[in-house]
Design a binder for this molecule. Structure first.
Ligand code: ADP
Ligand code: ZN
Ligand code: ZN
Length: 728
């Protein structure tokens, strides 16, 4: 059994055989192997006595990282399932799921931060032990007394003389060295509010459901107390000393507030955060601590769904409908769906939470595959639901994007010292640069999109490919020097508001203004400290924040989504508006939501006013049934792109022919161009396949994709398969 079958990060759906070189490399362990002229990291998937290749010609591995814990079988199995389901090479799927440090040829070790703690002698002796003149020592003492331990960075903040003070206190045996990242043994949990009847019922039902696999859908509007329910479940499930839980949140939801809330509630459990804003060594440490069972709660975004755990007992997916759970490149997986598969494989319960579940999820709850639980009101009694009203922008023509009724409402808030939020879905100054004489608009040279005006930087920028250029001095088409930024983005709205309300403190929140590290944290603090009167922001502001003094939400532009060709646009708009509405009036002040639209009679607004997701979902489901769209069918999209359209067309023609030769009940659509026909200089086209069942689709894809890989024309284009696509 000296042959190792190894997964490598190469675009081939196969494992690679190597000799073990006499090592005791186990399944799941990392190895360094020669691959062509390179040395690459691989993962051992199996040992074998035979190879289909001549043993004499097999190479030996160079090194095994034998001190590292092997990646557990459950993680390998989950990734193998995903590679299969999403038609992606297993080796690439597996290696991409690892923290990047595990793709480097360095041993991964669990490191511990050194911390300092008071000794028992010092605690008992009290502050009187410390000489009166030793001010730095007194500061250190006071800080250490209130906690388990602090690291040197924390001590350095207390006093410039901390080094000397620490040395002196250690010599007297008042302070000892310890390791951090351990949960606090003495921590006192923040008090939990008594649950209301809905919450009580929910928690009890899920707990009564037992520890086996079951999918719960927790449906409740923002502020209905879903997070509180999650925490109660964690509390109950983690009472067992070894068990662990995985909590998935959308990227944008991972606010400092959420982390603080969990840490305050579970001071005795080690909590690990895993998201894109942390550095690679932090990610590795979090991963290792989840794997060895030390981290009891893992809170993370999409990619953390693959984090190995020793004793998983519960999975939670918050805002399960959020599109950030879908990976849009490489392996195009849905972290929500993978989480469900993971819970199924581990035979543990999973809770999906949302105010506006994805229609696919809702459908599953309606048909009884998932178990629906509802929180029907806001958790804080006095927090009334915001009143929702449309402002008809036909009579109330919006001069510079802002209608009179909205301005009046904002002025009221300013007078009362309350906060307003204006929600606009476009960052930048204005979405287009227009020539009034000939109608020319500045296009992106690489995409079929328009360049967005960023006035402050004096730049035109493509939000799809990142291309930047200076604005032309005159119209390239007719020579007219008078070019106008047209339409509204966050920057322009901010400027307009400053003109209307010169006395107001205005803060813009979008990707541009929040680029800095800690920018979100600072913004949150400012809003809480009432240092902001008006917030202008994109969807970044729609979720996860809790601003008690915010009583007005204005929504600027929705009409394009009302009539979008994308059949999911209405579902998304409803979710987005309900979520923004959730920002208003969370505490004891009633909130109001004003939506500017040319179509106030649209059915979507009626449902929104009643906050009636169920009815809205029902009508959408019926529409989709008639149109034969998901969830009434299952889809896969074959995308292809190249610098010229011809090879794309040829490849897709062949792909369509292959598909027709496979005996299946697949509906294959004609070759089509996506909404963005050109992107980053590439011409794009696609082929959509539909099936009545997941199984039928999977069976078809197995054969089809294998045949596609074998096509010589496949190497002439960039192509990919998107199973359960969300964008077309
Ligand atoms: P969601 O996750 O559905 O948005 P949260 O769990 O964050 O809702 O609850 C909203 C607010 O209500 C939070 O400030 C939370 O502390 C509070 N809350 C939740 N449940 C209760 C309860 N049973 N009693 C009092 N306050 C509660
Ligand atoms: Zn012109
Ligand atoms: Zn572009």
């Amino acid at each position: 059994m000296n042959i190792l079958r190894i997964a490598l990060d190469v675009p081939l759906a196969t494992l690679f055989d190597y000799l073990d070189g006499g090592s005791a490399a186990q399944v799941g362990q990392r190895v360094l192997v020669p691959f062509g002229a390179r040395k690459v990291i691989g993962i051992v998937i199996a040992r074998s006595a035979t190879s289909e290749f001549e043993t004499a010609r097999l190479k030996s591995i160079i090194r095994v990282f034998g001190d590292e814990p092997p990646i557990p079988p459950a993680t390998l199995k989950l990734l193998a399932f995903c590679a299969d389901y999403y038609q992606y090479p297993f080796g690439q799927a597996l290696l991409a799921a690892l923290p990047s440090r595990l793709r480097e040829a360095q041993p991964a070790i669990l490191s511990r931060r050194v911390g300092y703690a008071l000794t028992e002698i010092a605690r008992q002796g009290g502050e009187e032990l410390i000489p009166k003149r030793a001010a730095s020592q007194r500061k250190l003492y006071a800080a250490l007394r209130d906690t388990d331990a602090l690291d040197s960075a924390a001590l350095a903040l207390l006093s410039p003389g901390w080094r000397g003070a620490l040395r002196a206190m250690r010599e007297k045996n008042w302070v000892r060295e310890t390791t951090l990242d351990q949960p606090s043994a003495t921590g006192v949990a923040a008090p939990a509010p008594p649950l209301n009847a809905d919450q009580q019922h929910t928690v009890q039902t899920i707990l009564d459901g037992g520890g086996d696999f079951r999918v719960w859908l927790l449906h409740g509007i923002t502020g209905s107390g879903k997070t509180e329910v999650y925490m109660r479940l964690l509390d109950a499930m983690l009472a067992d000393n070894a068990s662990q839980a995985l909590v998935l949140v959308p990227e944008i939801n991972l606010t400092p507030q959420l982390e603080a809330r969990f840490r305050a509630r579970f001071p005795r459990h080690s909590i690990v955060m895993l998201h894109s804003r942390m550095n690679e060594s932090e990610r590795l440490q979090g991963w290792l601590r989840a794997q060895n069972g030390e981290a009891r709660i893992v809170i993370g975004t999409r990619l953390s769904v693959f984090t190995p755990m020793k004793n998983p007992a519960l999975v939670i997916v918050d805002e399960e409908h959020d599109s950030s759970y879908k990976q849009q490149d490489a392996m195009r997986y849905s972290a929500r769906d993978v989480a469900i598969m993971r819970a199924k494989m581990a035979d543990i319960p999973i809770v999906l939470g949302s105010a506006t579940p994805a229609l696919e999820t809702w459908h599953n709850a309606q048909t009884g595959r998932y178990h629906l639980l509802t929180l029907s009101q806001r958790a804080v009694q006095s927090a009334a639901l915001p009143a929702l009203r449309c402002i008809d922008t036909r009579p109330h023509h919006a001069q510079d994007g802002l209608s009179q009724p909205l301005l009046v409402a904002m002025r009221q808030r300013l007078a009362r010292g309350e906060q307003s939020l204006l929600f606009i879905n476009r960052r930048g100054y204005s979405p287009v640069l227009l020539c009034g004489a000939c109608g020319w608009v500045a296009p992106c040279a690489r995409c079929s999109s328009r360049l967005v005006v960023h006035l402050r930087e004096r730049k035109l920028r493509c939000h799809h490919c990142g291309h930047e250029q200076r604005p032309p001095l005159q119209c390239p088409s007719c020579g007219n020097p008078d070019l106008h930024p047209t339409g509204h983005g966050t920057q322009r709205l901010e400027e307009t508001l400053a003109r209307h309300f010169p006395e107001a403190r205005i803060l813009r929140v979008d990707r541009d203004s929040m680029r800095r590290k800690n920018a979100i944290k600072d913004m949150t603090a400012k809003v809480h400290a009432n240092e902001v009167d008006i917030l202008v922001g994109t969807q970044m502001l729609a979720k996860g924040h809790d601003f008690p003094n915010l009583t007005l939400v204005g929504v600027m532009d929705t009409d394009s989504a009302l009539f979008s060709p994308d059949f999911r646009a209405a579902e998304r708009l409803f979710a987005q508006l309900l979520q923004v509405a959730g920002r208003a009036g969370r505490a004891d002040k009633p909130g109001e939501v004003l939506i500017q639209t040319n179509f106030p009679d649209h059915a979507l607004f009626a449902a929104l006013q009643k906050q009636d997701y169920a009815q809205f979902a029902q009508s959408l489901l019926e529409e989709r049934k008639l149109a034969h769209f998901p969830p009434w069918c299952f889809e896969a999209l074959l995308r292809a792109e190249a610098t010229h359209l011809a090879p794309v067309q040829t490849f897709l023609d062949l792909a369509a022919r292959e598909a027709r030769e496979i005996k299946s009940k697949i509906t294959l659509y004609d070759i089509a161009r996506p909404q963005m026909e050109r992107l980053k200089g590439m011409e794009r086209a696609q082929l959509l396949a539909q099936a009545a069942s997941r199984q039928a689709l999977q069976k078809f894809l197995q054969t089809w994709v294998a045949r596609l890989r074998a096509l010589p024309q496949a190497s002439k284009v960039r192509w990919s398969v998107d199973v359960d696509p969300l964008e077309y």
